[in-house]
Write a protein of this length. Structure first.
Length: 626
């Protein structure tokens, strides 16, 4: 790959596609980005703004009533003159004389209005008390809640009898302290005889403004304090909304990138580039560079806007660097999709699938902020940590970013295998194109060993995603073969077995379909053994999970049992367990290889047998040792 040629192709890509997007498309993209920015700003600031429920409930109340100030502060209510006839004509939902409710709610809307008024009264009383000079008398009970990061066994561990999560408390990982053992009083419970506790419009007590200071208080590792009603669950909704801003522009980028790559394959347009002195690496790198730079540049602009707009003042280059592997992964998957698709209609289906799959991979793990090993599967967790001013360790950064980055490079390599005249301009179904891409890296029997190692980043990303998706089922018990097992662990074992057996055998099947291997029993057994050996060697790459302490969770320990060994075992037992996975991978890969040498149906049957054998082995090990 030569830099001058790469930059020349990149320049040509930019100038060629400068007019490829019409003004209407640019306008829609710009409006979408502006809308997302507005939604994020509203979500972060917690502002109500103009809502769909403004004025939905009509209340008749005069200015002498304590409830007048409550209704005036809540835009949900539309204040009217008290009129008993309006209640009968269903023109008002509530009617108050002083503090007395004059009508019994009859309809669902009237009952909902009363419930909303009760909630508004409680909030109004809190705001009024917050302005009192004597805060000890106003709020006699003060609570401080600290969320500790989980680094060990979670409450979802079905084998653990201790409900503690290692934070030093028995209340689910939080420590609480009361400043007084007296109970709060003086505020109503929101019934129809409640008093508003004072008059005036009031203000929001302790408002956090439009920055992430309030968000940080709801993230793992931060502290919340105040009255019991102030404590909210530790779910980083606002932070995830901000992180979503980094993903949305990628969807626009990959659409343009995929269309550009596919257009080279239609009507043999890309043949002009193929006959130039530039190599495939120069062409692919040059055509990808503008989109990569554009996506990373947008991420940098978003970070700068959040930082200097005082929305996320702690945002730094770490957030941008954490997004780079996701950009590479999105672009590489789209590149492969463009090499596989036969038309723009088919490419649309592929890009939608890529968007949904990779967006889920990025967001689902980030939801589990209270379970750090799971959350760190997604690079977006690093973005959330950086935006909220929390430190990001080097080991956590490597664990989150290395798998998607390596997977992106592997996908670019597979797609590059098709970037040649004999493959670019052929119209073959997507499954056959996948086999063509895999066969591009096969030159001899030893390629079976090489391909099993090369494909391992794909395996790691798929398995980590499976752990994140199925983690919530870890607490569900299931009776399997007379033993109680976690449903999440059983499902993860099944998914992992399917992923690994496909990774070991699919490239072998591609080699047979492209006549790269001899279709003899001896050759099939040898190729299968090499593929299994390669996977066994590459499987040690799963040790990267130790950087996040993922194996401390039951579901992570079960998923990684092929790459790690339980502690405290005798030396001969540890040696046996070290060699057993090698035997397992070579045997199951040989089974699949023999079937692949016989044809498609035989391969499907042999693959099923290999999956069953592999699952039986993993389940036995997990049941006895894990």
């Amino acid at each position: 790959m030569q830099l001058d040629k790469l930059l020349r192709v990149a320049k040509w890509e930019v100038t060629k596609n400068a007019g490829g997007v019409d003004k209407r498309t640019i306008l829609v993209m710009a409006l979408s980005l502006v809308a997302m920015g507005a939604v994020a700003a509203i979500a972060v600031s917690g502002g109500t703004g103009a809502g769909m429920d403004n004025g939905i409930y009509r209340i008749g109340v005069d200015e002498s009533s304590p409830y007048y100030g409550v209704a005036a502060d809540d835009p949900t209510f539309d204040i009217r003159e008290p009129d008993p006839a309006a209640i009968e004509r269903r023109q008002q939902e509530l009617l108050y004389r002083g503090t007395q409710l004059q009508s019994v709610p009859q309809t669902a809307k009237e009952r909902a209005a009363l419930t909303e008024l009760r909630d508004s009264t409680a909030r109004y009383n809190d705001r009024t008390l917050a302005r009192d000079d004597n805060q000890t008398a106003a709020f006699p009970v003060s609570v401080t809640l600290v969320y500790e990061q989980q680094s060990g066994s979670s409450q979802l561990d079905p084998r653990g009898g201790d409900s503690s999560d290692g934070s030093g408390s028995s209340d689910g990982g939080s420590g609480t302290s009361d400043s007084s053992d007296s109970s709060a009083g003086g505020s109503g419970d929101g019934s129809d005889t409640d008093t508003a506790g004072g008059s005036g419009d009031g203000g929001t007590a302790g408002g956090s403004g439009a920055n992430l200071g309030a968000i940080g208080a709801r993230l793992t590792g931060d502290v919340q304090g105040g009255t019991p009603s102030d404590i909210s669950p530790p779910f980083p909704f606002e932070s995830l909304v901000l992180a979503f801003l980094y993903i949305v522009p990628m969807n626009f980028v990959i659409q343009a990138y995929g269309s550009s790559m596919l257009s080279e394959r239609l009507n043999r347009r890309g043949e002009l580039l193929l006959v130039t002195p530039a190599s495939r690496g120069d062409i692919i790198g040059g055509k990808t560079l503008p989109y990569l730079a554009g996506a990373v540049g947008v991420a940098a602009l978003i970070t700068a806007a959040l930082r200097f707009g005082n929305i996320a003042p702690a945002g730094s280059y770490v957030a941008v660097l954490a997004v780079v592997p996701l950009v590479v992964l999105f672009l590489s998957a789209t590149f492969c999709g463009a090499m596989f698709a036969r038309s723009f209609k088919e490419l649309t289906f592929v890009t939608v699938t890529i968007t949904v799959t990779l967006t889920s991979y990025a967001f689902v793990p980030a939801i589990f902020t209270d379970v750090t090993p799971i959350a760190l599967i997604s690079p977006l967790t690093l973005v959330v940590l950086d935006l909220t001013g929390q430190p990001v360790g080097l080991s956590s950064f490597v664990f989150s970013t290395a798998p998607p980055l390596l997977t992106g490079l592997v996908l670019f390599g597979l797609g590059a295998g098709l970037y040649r005249e004999e493959d670019m301009f052929t119209q073959r179904p997507i499954p056959l194109k996948v086999l063509d891409a895999l066969a591009g890296g096969i030159n001899s029997r030893r390629s079976a060993l090489k391909m099993s190692i090369v494909l391992l980043p794909l395996v790691i990303v798929a398995e980590l995603a499976a752990i994140a998706f199925l983690f919530v089922l870890d607490s569900v018990s299931l009776n399997v073969f007379g033993t109680n097992q976690s449903l999440g662990i059983v499902l993860v074992l099944g998914v992992i077995v399917v992923i690994e057996e496909l990774a070991k055998s699919l490239h072998v099947y591609a080699g047979y379909e492209h006549a790269r291997y001899e279709r003899t029993l001896r050759s099939a057994l040898g190729i299968g053994a090499l593929s299994g050996l390669g996977f066994f060697i590459g499987e040690k790459g799963l040790l990267i999970a130790r950087l996040s302490d993922l194996e401390s969770l039951p579901i992570g320990e079960a998923a990684l049992q092929g790459a790690t060994l339980p502690a405290g075992l005798p030396l001969w037992v540890a040696g046996l367990l070290f060699l057993l996975p090698l035997a397992l991978h070579t045997v199951t890969a040989a089974i699949s290889s023999v079937g692949a040498s016989r044809g498609r149906r035989a391969y499907a049957a042999a693959l099923t047998v290999a999956i069953v054998v592999h699952f039986a082995y993993n389940f036995t090990v997990v049941s006895t040792l894990v």
